[in-house]
Design a protein around this ligand. Structure first.
Ligand code: ATP
Length: 301
């Protein structure tokens, strides 16, 4: 039996460094069945990020040969910029995130981080540069400390404490009799949705990634908790480049720029106010959402 498990251990070792990213991506984009399709170029160097600029240059992509999903998409998120991607369901928002994380390569066009084509550097280095904050995180049946330290191999206690502080969960952890050694999940303490989300944010912050990819559909949380988490996310995004994939519009109003995607094309882009004045797709989506919210409020009364 030991012989049987040895290769599995090896696999575990090989995949450990990328597994967390995969788990979070899986949670974020329901990718659990997706095979990793790309390979490193022979002798590929690591990505070096000094200015975390993210560039999509005329990117064409589809999952199947006869169905194009992104039709020549171009945009650039400057270093330290906070961009949001919105658009109707199926427009290709999550696809952009998957391509940036290099689950797939574009059919044509290029994706660059700090001027380097992500196909020319190692996948590990690309994934190490991007922190993912999924809406629904997977925690291990282990201690809070382990769950946070998992974000980066070799993370020490100091790093874990700092990440927990930045994710605004340190006071909560310190209030527990066993602190970071508290077991969570089925074996231990059941965390609330908001606490789980904060542990996941801390896990991402332990990587100290220059780029954050946020899934802002925090709909599983009540609106007060959602607001608190968003405040934390805004704080931790401050010195980083961030891209929010927004399935709803309520969270994007203060983005530096909103990219409005429609059927794999950039329909319009700008700040919230500009887009409302323009009276295009974004203004329509906004108006529709307001009506829906009012209907929900009325139903709740
Ligand atoms: P939503 O807001 O509903 O999550 P989205 O804008 O994120 O939508 P994507 O998930 O990027 O949309 O999907 C874009 C298109 O690609 C959809 O039509 C979808 O059916 C298709 N698609 C997504 N994943 C795959 C896949 N693995 N294989 C084939 N087609 C896919």
């Amino acid at each position: 039996l030991t012989q049987l498990f040895r290769p599995l251990d090896m696999l575990g070792f090989v995949y450990r460094t990328i597994r967390q990213g995969l788990i979070d991506m899986a949670a974020m984009f329901k990718l659990i069945d997706t095979e990793v399709e790309v390979a490193d170029a022979p002798g590929a160097p690591a990505l070096v990020v000094t200015r975390p600029v993210v560039t999509f240059d005329d990117v064409v992509f589809g999952y199947e040969p006869d169905r194009t999903i992104l039709h020549g998409l171009s945009f650039e998120v400057p270093a330290g910029g906070h961009y949001a991607i919105v658009g109707p369901s199926g427009a290709g928002k999550s696809t952009i995130a998957r391509l940036l994380f290099r689950f797939y390569d574009p059919w044509s066009g290029r994706i660059l981080i700090d001027g380097q084509d992500i196909r020319a550097v190692t996948q590990d280095s690309v994934r190490a540069a991007i922190g993912i904050v999924p809406q629904d995180s997977v925690l291990f049946n282990d201690t809070i400390g382990y769950n946070i330290a998992y974000g980066r191999d070799g993370a020490g206690h100091e790093d874990v404490v700092r990440a927990a502080r930045d994710a605004a969960i340190l006071p909560f952890v310190e209030s527990l009799p066993q602190g970071f050694d508290t077991e969570v999940g089925e074996r231990g303490l059941k965390l609330s949705g908001g606490e789980k989300q904060r542990v996941a944010i801390a896990r991402t912050l332990v990587k100290d990634p220059p780029i954050l990819l946020l899934d802002e559909a925090t709909s599983a949380l009540d609106s007060r908790t959602e607001e608190d988490i968003l405040t934390t996310l805004h704080t931790v995004s401050e010195h980083r480049t961030s891209i929010s994939i927004a399935h709803r519009l309520s969270t994007v109003a203060d983005a530096d720029r909103i990219l409005v995607l429609e059927a794999g094309r950039l329909a319009e882009s700008g700040r919230h106010g500009e887009l409302l004045r323009k009276g295009g797709l974004y203004a329509d989506m906004w108006a529709r959402q307001q009506t829906e919210n009012e209907a929900l409020d009325e139903a709740a009364e």
